[in-house]
Design a protein around this ligand. Structure first.
Ligand code: FNR
Length: 431
């Protein structure tokens, strides 16, 4: 098993007979040649496998039969299928949260605590789920693709497949700084990309990265601010931060030259001014949870914020994102002095159902981002798998709108949702 328990290829503690006898140098060569690249080898005969060898040996498509697509009817089905295909350390790298994974569960669970309050006798024969964004872009439905690092480990086409699928579905993908495909190559696959930026200690390098992003045609920069340091992800520690055995994250990076480019952990809000001074692209901030920070982002005239706790991979036991959203919207409305806030608010974390998306939009989000569901789609069936996952969420979302009596995104408001502790009585006053 990758990264675990495979000590020199033999599971028995008793040395086998042929292990005792001396091997000739020609035998040694044959043994090494026969060994799969990722198997443990002694330092004296170790020839590191190439990056492609490592990745090819571990792509799920080369390991298992494709599942029957008819049986994959929801996001959970895709997760189960991806889990059965990926090796343990890869699955855990993508699925896990930090510490006790309290926030990981809560990101999903809080959606179930919010109740929908449908309206009836509404003509729902025509539903328009499109959304216009402050970047000037329009998406077909309020579901966007979150930045997820090192996607080549899930499929040989990696970020390219995700970009193609997002474009085909009429939505935006945000490409990670920790991408396994060069940003220019991903940009050849879609005209609707945003770029997620980690501000690095080396500011000249950061600046050159932004220039490359602009030249490649990305439409916005999303600065992630909740990861001055990676969270405590214990399965990655147990698995020695390995994806498939032998592949460390830094080996997959393309736009960063691994260790030389550390994420800057001395950032403050002033650094956002620096970013804005060196680019004309719209700038959004990802990783806001406190209403106080949302207001600061608004004062800095950001084009948008993404209410996010990094998919529960950073600080554990933080408030879940959907729990934070109402207070953030309230704070922004008070700051703006109007209900029309000149800044897009997005949300991610734990969104697995169309009804989750409807709740988020009714509570003020322009659109949601999904992370892991995309990774599962990519693992199970590459570009088509990503399209299928987005289609499932889109279909569920349209059904939720239909059944709640909502025909356009402008109609979404908080009268359709009941938060924990609220009573239906309170909803009447919102009419
Ligand atoms: C992420 N996320 C992330 N965010 C970011 O800004 N830059 C990155 O490189 C990554 N990489 C990354 C890898 C993996 C494996 C995961 C699971 C997440 C966070 C991501 O953009 C998003 O905030 C969450 O994934 C949203 O939560 P869900 O949809 O996965 O529950």
């Amino acid at each position: 098993m990758f990264g675990m328990g495979n000590k020199g290829g033999s599971s028995s503690s008793k040395p086998r007979q042929q292990d005792k006898r001396k091997t000739t140098s020609s035998e040694k060569r044959t043994t090494v040649a026969k060994q799969k690249p990722y198997e443990k080898q002694t330092p004296s005969n170790f020839t590191p496998p190439t990056r492609d060898e490592l990745l090819n040996a571990h792509h799920p498509s080369s390991r298992k039969r494709k599942p029957n697509a008819d049986q994959l009817v929801n996001v959970q089905d895709y997760q189960t299928s991806a889990r059965s295909q990926l090796n343990k350390s890869t699955y855990e790298y993508f699925s896990s949260g930090s510490d006790d994974q309290v926030t990981l569960a809560e990101n999903q669970n809080f959606y179930a605590k919010i109740k929908l309050v449908p309206r009836v006798f509404v003509n729902v024969s025509n539903i328009d789920t499109s959304v216009s964004l402050s970047t000037g872009q329009k998406i077909n439905f309020p579901i966007m693709v979150a930045p997820i690092s090192s996607q080549e480990v899930l499929n040989p086409d990696g970020e390219r497949a995700t970009a193609r699928a997002s474009e085909a579905m009429g939505t935006i993908m945000c490409t990670s700084t920790l991408s396994s495909v060069r940003l220019e190559k991903t940009a050849q696959e879609s005209k609707s990309l945003w770029y997620q930026l980690y501000i690095l200690r080396d500011r000249e390098f950061t600046k050159s990265l932004i220039k490359k992003v602009e030249a490649a045609g990305y439409k916005a920069i999303v600065v992630t601010v909740d990861a001055p340091q990676p969270g405590n992800r214990e399965s990655d520690i147990r698995n020695k931060s390995m994806l498939p055995e032998g592949v460390t994250l830094s080996r997959l990076l393309t736009d960063l030259q691994s260790e030389t480019n550390e994420i800057d952990n001395s950032l403050t809000w002033d650094d956002l001014d620096w970013i804005r001074s060196i680019t004309n692209l719209p700038v959004l901030v990802k990783g806001v949870i406190s209403p106080l920070d949302a207001v600061l982002a608004y004062r800095k005239k950001c084009n948008g914020i993404i209410v996010s706790n990094h998919g529960a991979r950073q600080m554990d036991t933080t408030v879940s994102t959907i729990e934070a959203l109402p207070a953030i919207m309230q704070a922004l409305r008070e700051e703006a002095g109007t209900n029309e806030i000149a800044m897009d608010v997005f949300i991610d974390g734990g969104i697995r159902r169309g009804s989750d998306i409807l709740k988020a939009v009714c509570l003020g989000a322009k659109a949601v981002f999904v992370g892991r569901p995309i990774a599962w789609g990519l693992s199970v069936n590459g570009e088509q798998g990503v399209k299928d996952v987005l289609s499932i969420l889109k279909r569920e979302f349209e059904l939720a709108c239909t059944l709640c009596g909502i025909t356009s995104m402008k109609q979404c408001n908080k009268s359709f949702v009941l938060l924990p502790g609220q009573s239906l009585q309170e909803l009447r006053s919102k009419l």
